[in-house]
Design a protein around this ligand. Structure first.
Ligand code: PHE
Length: 431
């Protein structure tokens, strides 16, 4: 459940719909699903296996096998730091929306879209919400009470799921909605280029929390009698199910409302409130539940990111928990300030790209994929095949019929596939 909490977050409900919208819809979704099944599943199983085998978190897992491989763990820590350079900005938006909806945002449906635009480009307001969101993370990780928030997640995530179904039904009932389903599920491969393929790979890694050792850490907590293949299957299915449902919740409504699919990062903050606004009084209640659920889903993901950095500082740099949390979050807050301001056009740019987009692009399109590739190379070429088999099958107790296929994928196919997709996508200029 904790691993599912890490996986299901803003990546599914905020990032997936708008990335699908910007990347042409159906073809992107088809390629994403292909990567989830053939790469995501295998990489997650690999991370769980390494974690449970070594009983250590990311850096320690590599270091205990071979010091020369510690850099893969360190790369994961850097990635976690960078993702936390923009994730809390969006987490802050989600928190803000709980209060905005409580304050009557839905009473003026026509103003919802403009209100989002002026909110995120305002220099001060989003920073305060980001600060509040980061503070929640700090308190939870500092007191080591992630268990508490995960318990909250167990109640609120199903509620979020139900809200997504409510939104979907409402969206599908609007005139012109079927065009949205067509956009999402009818692939048109003629528009696919290397950038779309890399975006789909990045989305798969980001959404499943792969490529930075997060799932190695969760694997280290898994009991020896747990069935790794089944656990992987459940987490992958839940995560992907929520992402697709978020797509079904948003695209039909967008087409009905005449919103551009490529509208960008604001989608969930514009489409969902507009839909709830159409429902009258109950809509406000539903919208509140939706954004509370989204905030908690975001929290269970970001604490897993913060925890990767914190456990590195505690284990390898011998810091106290409080010192580790504070120093990690000072760096994160600093990065987030740049990220948030960049949306209002303030601050430095690289190749005309602001800090928010730089952190986002670098992490999901480069660091996570490269991290995943290195994790596979490590498992395939540095670890012993029989050891892996023993770990996955619980010493032969739980046979895994597809073991040979998984091993071949991890050892040969996935590293080569990621290298090709990443190089072609980066060469194509991320577009
Ligand atoms: N999977 C999380 C989400 O979808 C984000 C995340 C990425 C968390 C990498 C941990 C590690 O929101």
């Amino acid at each position: 459940m904790a691993a599912a909490g890490s996986a299901v977050g803003l990546g599914n409900i905020w990032k997936f719909p708008y990335t699908a919208g910007q990347s042409g819809g159906g073809a992107f979704v088809a390629i994403y699903l292909f990567f989830v099944i053939f790469i995501g599943f295998s990489v997650m199983l690999t991370e769980f296996t390494i974690g449970r085998r070594t009983e250590r978190s990311a850096v320690g897992a590599f270091k205990s096998t071979d010091r020369r491989w510690s850099f893969v763990g360190v790369l994961g820590v850097v990635t976690g730091l960078l993702i936390m350079g923009f994730y809390p900005v969006v987490g802050g938006w989600s928190l803000a929306y709980v209060f905005k909806i409580g304050g009557g945002l839905l009473s003026e449906p026509a103003a919802i879209s403009d209100s989002f635009g002026s909110f995120i480009t305002n220099p001060i307001q989003p920073l305060m919400w980001m600060g509040a969101y980061l503070l929640l993370n700090i308190v939870i990780v500092m007191r080591g009470i992630s268990g508490g928030i995960e318990k909250a997640g167990k109640i609120l995530m199903p509620i979020l799921f139900i809200m997504l179904i409510v939104v979907s039904i409402k969206g599908l009932s609007l005139p012109g909605a079927s065009a949205g389903l067509e956009f999402l599920f009818k692939p048109d491969f003629s528009e696919v280029d290397s950038g779309v393929i890399l975006a789909a790979l990045g989305q798969a890694f980001f959404s499943l929390s792969l490529g930075m050792g997060c799932m190695i850490t969760y694997g280290s907590y898994l009991k020896k009698k747990e069935n790794l293949v089944q656990t992987t299957g459940m987490v992958v299915a839940m995560d992907t199910g929520v992402a697709i449902l978020a797509g079904v919740a948003m695209f039909p409504a967008m087409f009905a409302f005449g919103i551009e699919p490529a509208a960008g990062p604001g989608l969930v903050f514009v489409v969902v409130p507009q839909l709830f606004a159409e429902m009258g009084g109950a809509g406000t209640m539903f919208a509140l539940l939706f954004f509370v659920g989204l905030s908690v889903a975001a929290l269970t993901s970001s604490i897993s990111l913060l925890e990767v950095v914190v456990s590195y500082l505690i284990d390898e740099k011998k810091m106290s928990r409080i010192g580790a949390v504070l120093s990690a979050s000072v760096v994160m807050a600093f990065l987030c300030i740049f990220a948030s301001l960049s949306l209002g056009g303030v601050g430095p740019t690289i190749f005309d790209t602001g800090a928010f987009d730089v952190f986002d692009l670098l992490t999901d399109k480069v660091f996570l994929a490269v991290g995943g590739m290195l994790i596979c190379i490590f498992a395939g070429w540095r670890l012993n095949k029989q050891d892996l088999k023993d770990e996955i099958t619980n010493q032969g107790d739980k046979p895994f019929a597809l073991f040979e296929l998984w091993y071949a994928l991890v050892k040969y196919v996935i590293p080569v596939a990621i290298a090709i997709v990443a190089i072609a996508g980066i060469y194509g200029g991320f577009t």
